[in-house]
Design a protein around this ligand. Structure first.
Ligand code: HGY
Ligand code: MN
Ligand code: MN
Ligand code: MN
Length: 416
C-alpha cells in the first residue's frame, strides 16, 4: 500500500497549545481555568472553531455543545463512518495547558497534514472536542461524549444542575454553543485519543509512548451529613451531632480502612468539602463532600462502595446524624479495541519509540465513545506524573512523538 507522505506542522501544534493555554489564564499560580460552559470555556471554544475553519474543516456543533471539525473523505463526506480523533478543551480549576487540549490540537494537526498535502482521506476525519469532560461544575464527567454515545439522555444532561446552581442547558445557550446536530448522529467507525498520561508510569520507566489498552472504573458520589449546630465551647463531646467530625471520619475511613486493605490500584479521593455554617466556634450542622473511588477491577470497586455504605450507616447511628448519598457518576472499567491497540503499538515500534501497554488511571472521552465504536488511546509522559495542576508538563519532543504516532496510525487507516 503506497502511503501518502504527510507533514505534521509541529511548530503550529506547539504554538496553538501555548495560545490555547493562555485562554482563561489564572491571575496567580500560572494555571488556567476554563470550567465547562463558562465564558473562559467559550473563549477557548471560539479559538478552536476558528482554527478548525482555517484548516479547512467544516465545523458542526451538536445539541450538547460537542464541537466536530470534519475533513471530508472520499467515501464519507459527512463524518458518518469516519475516523474520529477526540478529547476535550474544558479544564479543572487551576489546570495545566495539556490535559485534553493536546489531543484535540494534535487531531487538528493531523487533519491539516492531509489537507496541506492535498490528500483526500479514504473516509472523513472528524476532530472532536467534547463538552464538559472534567465534570468540575456539572456532573457526570465525560458528559458530552457520554451523551454522544447514548449513555445519558440529552435532556438529563441539559437539566444537570451545577455546584453553583446553574442549569447546564442554560449555560450552553448563554455561551452560544447549543448546536442543532443530534449528539451521536455521526457515528465514527473508529476513535483515537492522544492524551498526556497524567501519572508517573511512563516517566518512571523511561518510556516514550503509552499504548492504552484499558481504563479503570470510576465511582463519584456527593455525601451530605446533617447534624446539629451547637456552641463549640459549651457542648460536651458525648452530646454532639457533629457533621464536621463525621465527614472527617469518612475521609479517614476511606484511606485507612478501604484503600489500606486493598491493592494499590484502589484509590479514594475527597476533592471537595464544605461545612455549614462554616464558623470557627460553631459545631458544623452540615457537611457536603465528594467521594471519588477508582479501581481497574469492577468487583473490587463494588466492594469499596459497599464498605463505604456500611460505614455510613454505622456512623449515622453512632453520631446521631443523617447521611444522604447522591450518585454523580459511575463508569465500569473499559477495555479498548485490540486491533486498534495493536496498530498503535506497531506505529510506536516503526517510529522507534519505546512503549508500554497500560491502563489509564484517569477517565477519558475514549471510554464513552468505546460504547459505539472501536476506540484506543495513546499516552505521552507527564513530568513528575503531575496533572490537574499548573505544573503539568510534557517536553516538546515528547508531545511531537505522540502526535507522530497518531499521524502514523491515521495515515495507515485513511491513507488510501
Ligand atoms: O476525572 C477524570 O479522570 C476525568 O479527567 N474527568
Ligand atoms: Mn483529560
Ligand atoms: Mn482532566
Ligand atoms: Mn480526563
Amino acid at each position: 500500500m503506497s502511503l501518502p507522505d504527510l507533514h505534521l506542522d509541529t511548530a503550529r501544534l506547539l504554538e496553538q497549545l501555548r495560545q490555547l493555554g493562555a485562554v482563561g489564564q489564572d491571575a496567580v499560580g500560572g494555571g488556567r481555568t476554563r470550567i465547562a460552559l463558562t465564558d473562559a470555556d467559550k473563549a477557548g471554544r471560539d479559538l478552536l472553531v476558528a482554527w478548525m475553519r482555517e484548516a479547512g474543516l467544516s465545523v458542526r456543533i451538536d445539541r450538547i455543545g460537542n464541537i466536530l471539525g470534519i475533513l471530508p473523505g472520499a467515501a464519507t463526506a459527512s463524518g458518518q463512518g469516519g475516523l474520529m480523533i477526540g478529547s476535550h478543551i474544558d479544564t479543572v480549576r487551576h489546570a495545566g495547558a495539556l490535559d485534553g487540549c493536546y489531543g484535540v490540537l494534535a487531531g487538528l494537526a493531523v487533519a491539516r497534514a492531509f489537507r496541506d498535502a492535498g490528500v483526500v482521506p479514504t473516509r472523513a476525519l472528524v476532530v472532536a472536542a467534547f463538552t464538559n469532560e472534567e465534570g468540575a461544575r456539572h456532573q457526570p464527567d465525560m458528559m458530552g461524549s457520554l451523551v454522544y454515545a447514548g449513555g445519558l439522555s440529552l435532556q438529563t444532561a441539559l437539566d444537570a444542575v451545577g455546584t453553583d446552581g446553574s442549569r447546564l442547558g442554560d449555560e450552553l445557550a448563554r455561551i452560544g454553543y447549543a448546536g442543532k446536530l443530534a449528539p451521536g448522529a455521526l457515528v465514527p467507525a473508529d476513535y483515537l485519543e492522544l492524551h498526556i498520561e497524567q501519572g508517573p508510569v511512563l516517566e518512571a520507566e523511561g518510556l516514550r509512548i503509552g499504548v492504552v489498552e484499558s481504563l479503570q472504573g470510576i465511582s463519584w458520589q456527593r455525601i451530605t451529613i446533617t447534624g446539629t449546630a451547637n456552641h463549640a465551647g459549651t457542648t460536651p463531646t458525648r452530646l454532639r451531632h457533629d457533621a464536621g467530625y463525621a465527614a472527617a471520619a469518612v475521609v479517614a475511613f476511606l484511606r485507612e480502612q478501604v484503600v489500606a486493605a486493598a491493592p494499590a490500584s484502589t484509590l479514594a479521593t475527597t476533592g471537595s468539602l464544605r461545612f455549614e455554617p462554616d464558623v470557627i466556634n460553631v459545631i458544623p450542622r452540615k457537611a457536603v463532600f465528594t467521594v471519588d473511588l477508582r479501581d481497574p477491577d469492577e468487583p473490587r470497586l463494588r466492594a469499596a462502595e459497599a464498605r463505604l455504605q456500611a460505614f455510613l450507616a454505622e456512623l449515622a447511628e453512632r453520631e446521631g446524624v443523617v447521611i444522604e448519598t447522591e450518585r454523580l457518576a459511575r463508569f465500569e472499567p473499559v477495555r479498548f479495541d485490540g486491533a486498534l491497540v495493536g496498530e498503535i503499538e506497531a506505529s510506536a515500534q516503526r517510529l522507534g519509540l519505546s512503549h508500554l501497554r497500560m491502563t489509564s488511571g484517569a477517565g477519558h472521552d475514549a471510554q464513552m465513545i468505546a460504547r459505539i465504536a472501536p476506540a484506543a488511546m495513546i499516552f505521552v509522559p507527564s513530568r513528575d506524573g503531575i496533572s490537574h495542576n499548573p505544573r503539568e508538563h510534557t517536553d516538546d519532543d515528547q508531545l511531537i512523538e505522540g502526535a507522530r504516532v497518531l499521524l502514523d496510525v491515521v495515515r495507515r487507516r485513511l491513507g488510501g
